[in-house]
Design a protein around this ligand. Structure first.
Ligand code: TRP
Length: 74
């Protein structure tokens, strides 16, 4: 994390079908959805973990790449 609370790492989500949802969950005591992004097939989202986002939920078929490896949501 840098001093603004943003991780220097990026992760990539590539939608393998229409309507994939990328949901950001809040950091801190209260874990709730704060953002939902819809991706259509072939669309890519590049994101970071930040002061506001500690976890991400991906709904639907997608390819997810992180510094820890790659995973396909089938
Ligand atoms: N405003 C959000 C934030 O700064 C944007 C964001 C960053 C986000 N990473 C995300 C939204 C991952 C959804 C998923 O934390």
């Amino acid at each position: 994390m840098d001093k603004l609370g943003v991780s220097s790492d990026f992760f990539v989500i590539k939608a393998l079908e229409d309507g994939v949802q990328v949901i950001g969950l809040t950091r801190g005591n209260d874990t709730r959805f704060h953002h939902s992004e819809k991706l259509d097939q072939g669309e890519i989202m590049i994101a970071q973990f930040t002061e506001h986002t500690s976890a991400v939920k991906v709904r639907g078929k997608a390819l997810i790449q992180t510094s820890h490896g790659e995973i396909e949501n089938k």
